[in-house]
Design a protein around this ligand. Structure first.
Ligand code: SF4
Length: 360
């Protein structure tokens, strides 16, 4: 069967996989078991927010626990965390912590990454049903089939994948280092990039390498449209635009930039860590943010004198928002839910993550 290609008007030579993973069901978060446990708990529903915070502070000391939170977490979780960051920064923090317990406030694949890097520590996630629509677009078996069709291929797996998918990869990458990782791969190798096609297109554009793309997407970032970006830039002519490379419009924006339809001196493509670095040093008084809205809390704390405006105010990841204060408290109190990755997946996935960390 001939592989499908992206529309030729994008001017790209992109072969897409014959297996189209988009038929996967997105994980549900409507009413999780952890939420039910909170509602049935004899103590938690009667605690005020202040009491929950005090108990969390007490328990984190008693258990020698570190709380890691992704940039998309709700504000109170970010404020309580020992460290807030993007996927790469959290993986690096997890790799060097000496805490006995890591409580990971993020989605499940991120907690798995922490567990892979710290098999001797206890890694907890307050709600194990915090999934990811992007990670759900590819399985380990599908990667094995894809590799069989490309025996010379080097698999680069975005960190937004489950542990058994990482175990099939040669390298992991995050949005902040995907370009570097692909540049480190010898020119004579085919590259199989998964699962985010928008990030893969961006990397292809930046490196000039021909990349086979998995056709996955994050439902939050795929919702961004180039028209919304253009409108926002026109409304705020003094603003910088910070665009996440997972966004559905990123390739259109790259072409619009090349065509002079977007102002190159005001348009930046960054992962969430890059956004933080940018706002610290940019003189622009206003920043338009094209990513999940949890990022705005982090940026406002980093640069309180600047204004941050979401390009899409309803860009909300419901999986990230499943982590709440009561669940964080219960996680520390009852030591739930432990995330473990067993051999041989652990060693193979760890190898792919460590190869990424060596490059960046
Ligand atoms: S924002 Fe998208 S990629 Fe990130 S955790 Fe949510 S669904 Fe996954």
């Amino acid at each position: 069967m001939r592989n499908p290609t992206l529309p030729t008007d994008l001017g790209l030579q992109v072969e897409l996989p014959t297996i189209m993973p988009r038929s996967k069901t997105r994980p549900s978060v409507h009413y999780t078991a952890a939420q039910r446990a909170i509602e049935e708990d004899p103590e938690i529903p009667y605690l005020t927010e202040q009491e929950l915070v005090e108990r969390i502070q007490q328990l984190r000391k008693e258990r020698n626990a570190v709380i890691l939170a992704h940039n998309y977490q709700i504000p109170i979780i970010q404020d309580l965390a020992d460290f807030v960051g993007d996927s790469l920064q959290l993986a690096q923090q997890a790799a060097k912590t000496d805490a006995d317990v890591i409580v990971f406030c993020g989605v499940h694949f991120m907690a798995e990454t922490a567990a892979i890097l710290n098999p001797e520590r206890t890694v907890l996630i307050p709600d194990p049903e915090a999934g990811c629509s992007l990670a759900a677009t590819v399985t380990a078996e599908e990667v094995r089939q894809w590799k069989a069709n490309h025996p010379n291929g080097v698999v680069v797996a975005y960190v937004n994948t489950n542990a058994d998918v990482k175990a099939e990869a040669d390298y992991c990458c995050t949005s902040s280092n995907a370009v570097q990782v692909v540049q480190a791969i010898p020119e004579d190798k085919e590259i199989l990039f998964l699962p985010d096609m928008f990030l893969g297109l961006y990397v292809q554009r930046m490196t000039g390498r021909k990349i086979h793309l998995w056709m996955g997407e994050c439902h939050v970032h795929a919702g961004f449209r180039a028209e919304e970006i253009g409108d926002a830039l026109r409304r705020y002519p003094e603003a910088d635009l910070l665009l996440h490379p997972e966004c559905g419009c990123v390739s259109q924006c790259m072409f619009a930039l090349a065509a002079g339809d977007l102002p190159p001196e005001r348009t930046y493509v960054y992962g969430t860590g890059g956004m933080v670095r940018h706002v610290r040093q940019s003189p622009a008084p206003i920043h338009l943010i094209a990513t999940e809205v949890g990022m705005l809390h982090r940026l406002r704390k980093e640069a309180p004198n600047k204004q941050f405006i979401p390009v899409k105010a309803d860009a909300i990841c419901e999986y990230m928002k499943t982590i709440t204060l009561p669940k964080l408290y219960r996680s520390l109190r009852d030591m739930v839910y432990e995330v473990r990755v067993e051999e041989p997946i652990l060693s193979r996935a760890r190898h792919a993550i460590e190869r990424m960390l060596e490059i960046t």
